[in-house]
Design a protein. Structure first.
Length: 258
């Protein structure tokens, strides 16, 4: 679906590196099967552009699949500047797409919502994405969450949710009828953002008033601070998820902390 001009510029060292690791993650977790139709969530941020662009590349090992790009506008910009920019991008690249203007972001920040805005916002947006997947015959939903998102979510769930869990690279939902997949799971945010700059995607600023003081933002800042003393901290947390020692965790067999 790429134009030849764009394809020519695409084969950089960085592109080949990212695609290698994307394909590895897809294969390791059997994220994509032959003939699958993917719904790719595109918010208009750098990560989602990178995901769309990388998935729209000739694959070496990943089976053949098709996709649609889906954007849910959260209603923060009454002039829809970013919406129009994104639509132009989809059209120029001849991507099949679904775009929806909603007021989900506004509702999440209104007086009727007593929970934190992100909770309702994510819930409503995800519900609509599931519906679009069903309407479009997609069995897989690809989100642009990368390695840093997975690390931050682990800490958010521990700090605020009192549990040890995070986003899965391949998450089965509705009894396996739908899968949420995260093909960027092995890639660091730094590299994804670097690729976005290299490709000069028309990224749009997140106009959400909560985006600058969300729990995720806090966790990112905290990790950046800790990284000054321990440059390996992100890598160590990520790797720790594959070295879980249940025998050295105190609350086994359903025992709960009083
Ligand atoms: S930061 Fe804003 S857009 Fe993102 S989930 Fe929270 S409320 Fe929604």
């Amino acid at each position: 679906m790429e134009t030849d001009t764009v394809k020519k510029d695409k084969n950089t060292k960085l592109f080949l590196h990212l695609k290698k690791w994307l394909e590895k993650a897809v294969l390791d977790y059997s994220m994509i099967g032959e003939g699958d139709k993917l719904l790719i969530g595109v918010s208009g941020g750098a990560d989602s552009f990178a995901l769309l662009d990388l998935l729209d590349s000739p694959m070496i090992f990943v089976p053949k699949f098709s996709f649609i790009a889906v954007n849910i506008d959260m209603g923060f910009d009454p002039d829809y500047v970013a919406y129009r920019e994104l639509e132009k991008y989809f059209q120029e690249h001849q991507y099949p797409y679904v775009m929806e203007k909603t007021d989900i972001g506004v509702i999440a920040h209104s007086d009727i919502n007593r929970k934190n805005p992100c909770f309702l916002c994510s819930r409503l947006r995800r519900k609509r994405i599931f519906e679009i997947a069903a309407e479009s015959g997609c069995s897989k939903i690809a989100f642009a969450h990368h390695r840093d998102d997975i690390i931050e979510t682990l800490l958010i769930n521990m700090f605020y949710g009192r549990e040890i869990s995070t986003m899965m690279p391949d998450q089965s939902i509705f009894g396996g009828k739908l899968h949420i997949i995260r093909p960027l799971a092995y890639l660091t945010e730094d590299l994804v953002k670097k690729y976005s700059r290299e490709r000069q995607f028309p990224t749009v600023k997140n106009e959400c008033p909560t985006s600058e003081n969300s729990k995720r933002k806090y966790m990112k800042t905290l990790l950046n601070e800790l990284e000054r003393d321990n440059p390996d901290i992100r890598h160590n947390i990520y790797t720790a998820m594959s070295h879980v020692k249940p025998d050295y965790l105190p609350f086994r067999s359903g025992k709960k902390l009083c």
